[in-house]
Design a protein around this ligand. Structure first.
Ligand SMILES: [Ca+2]
Length: 482
């Protein structure tokens, strides 16, 4: 009797398994799953509670991590535009020739040893974005927030998004308070955030973008939606709501790794946004039919935001070395969380290194997009990791390429394979090797002690850069010495 009663259960389980393998972007009822991709700007790996933040509090982001899978070693490109281009196309920034942010791509320093590599300002229309694929599959596609992938001819509307609120060629607003426009922070340049002309005094950009995101969810009705909620926060200018700043000023203690109360307040508003999205889905009964992905586009910014009267560094990526712009861990390691009903289990922490491009490849394979997988090494399907059926990927290495100057770095590339990470600096061809297992903070260069590992990784890096068609910096022969 016991055995008989199991039969229908087993049949159902087999059926469920078959349905799952048919396409996991479809729910059991055949409805396409909604996708919400929340991207923070410059949020560091240790700026979240579940990864050890001290001053900063992120209860809603922590809950998202707890309810799904979090990647403890997720990587992005070192700055904004390259990461966003890679995220939306599944291709490495080096291959796209988008290795620095849009405005910065126009000129580099002329008094340094090298002239920076050429980099494109616009995301080419020959690329098919995740939004375009999903739009072709009948999704309502909305980009809410920062775009930063080129001029008006390359705004979200031209790359597969039905809706664009807040996105243009700029990487940051003049101010996080309504009307979000004017000059001042970025010199005399007049900047604005499109689509938010009507508002009220005191309105805060992160809250407003969340309002707009919730409206998209409401207006989608029965249509599946892809919501790309790309917050401007917590990128500079460091500005936050007064009551939140007061809270963190009270909490701040000497000895904390994070010392910037206004930045912590900015992150709190970002965390509120995640909480509101999750709550809204619950209220509308959409939780089980919606994939939520949360990520950041690069490591935390270490500069002092003097223009908004800050006196302390924006953030601190401790225990990781350096920050935004750098190929050290602090510049490229970011938070990444995936909540995928029916795929992820709660409290999964995945230690395998993954890349921001993998998100595209994971969703593309789940959705069975008509993909020409010309460059499979740029990204892989993470589903086996998400399902827990595998703990390792076949990929042998991850690569980074930042042939530009920034406050944290000179032009460099890096390769990460297993426990080893090699950095190559182009000014003097300096090599640095780190054993991340023994030395996660990259304090001790062991290149001289491990010549074989160094040579092997350098060979891999050179070969990958060549195959991907990467642009390199050039000797600045006309340089005037200062
Ligand atoms: Ca950024």
């Amino acid at each position: 009797m016991f055995k008989k009663s199991l039969v229908p259960t087993v049949r159902l389980a087999v059926l469920a398994l078959v349905c799952f393998h048919v396409s996991s972007l479809f729910s059991a009822e055949g409805r396409k799953k909604n996708i919400i991709l929340i991207l923070a700007d410059d949020l560091g790996w240790s700026d979240v509670g579940y990864q050890g933040a001290d001053l900063i509090e992120t209860p809603h982001i922590d809950a998202l991590a707890k309810n799904g899978a979090s990647f403890s070693r997720a990587y992005a490109m070192p700055v904004c535009t390259p990461s966003r281009a890679a995220l939306l196309t599944g291709k490495h920034a080096a291959r796209l020739h988008m290795t620095i942010w849009s405005e910065g791509a126009l000129k580099g320093p002329t008094s340094r040893k090298l002239l920076q590599a050429e980099s494109l300002h616009d995301l080419s229309h020959s690329e098919t974005t995740l939004a375009k694929h999903l739009q072709q599959q009948g999704y309502l596609t909305a980009s809410i927030g920062k775009w930063h992938l080129g001029d008006a001819g390359h705004f979200p509307e031209t790359h597969g998004f039905d809706v664009n609120i807040g996105g243009n060629h700029w990487g940051a607003p003049q101010t996080f308070f309504w009307p979000y426009s004017g000059s001042g922070y970025y010199g005399k340049e007049f900047r604005y955030v499109p689509g938010l002309a009507f508002g009220s005094d005191g309105e805060y950009l992160t809250d407003r973008l969340t309002d707009e995101a919730l409206k998209v969810i409401d207006e989608a009705g029965d249509q599946p939606f892809f919501l790309y909620l790309a917050h401007y926060a917590p990128h500079v200018p460091v500005e936050a709501k007064a009551e939140y700043i007061a809270y963190f000023e009270k909490k701040l203690k000497t000895g904390m790794h994070h010392q910037n109360a206004t930045y912590a307040a900015m992150v709190k508003s970002l965390d509120d946004s995640v909480g509101r999205v999750v709550e809204h889905l619950k209220k509308k009964g959409l939780t089980d039919n919606t994939i939520i992905i949360f990520a950041s586009d690069n490591g935390g910014y270490l500069g002092i935001d003097q223009k908004s009267k800050q006196t302390t560094a924006t953030t601190n990526n401790y225990p990781l070395r350096s920050g935004k712009g750098s190929c050290y861990e602090g510049g490229i390691r970011v938070p990444l969380i995936v909540n995928w009903p029916g795929v992820t289990s709660s409290e999964s922490v995945i230690a395998e290194p993954v890349m921001i491009t993998d998100i595209f490849h994971t969703l593309a394979r789940a959705g069975k997009f008509d993909l020409a997988v010309e460059f499979p090494n740029d990204g892989v399907d993470l589903k086996p990791l998400l399902l827990g059926s595998k703990t390792k990927l076949k990929r042998e290495a991850l690569y980074f390429h930042f042939p530009h100057y920034y406050s944290t770095t000179t032009p460099a590339s890096a390769v990460l394979a297993g426990r080893w990470k090699l950095l190559r600096y182009y000014e003097d061809d300096r090599l640095e090797l780190f054993d991340l297992e023994q030395d996660p903070s990259e304090e001790k260069n062991v290149a001289a002690a491990h010549p074989q590992v160094t040579e092997n990784l350098l060979g891999k890096l050179k070969s990958w850069l060549k195959k991907s068609g990467a642009n390199f910096p050039m000797k600045n022969i006309g340089r005037r010495r200062r």
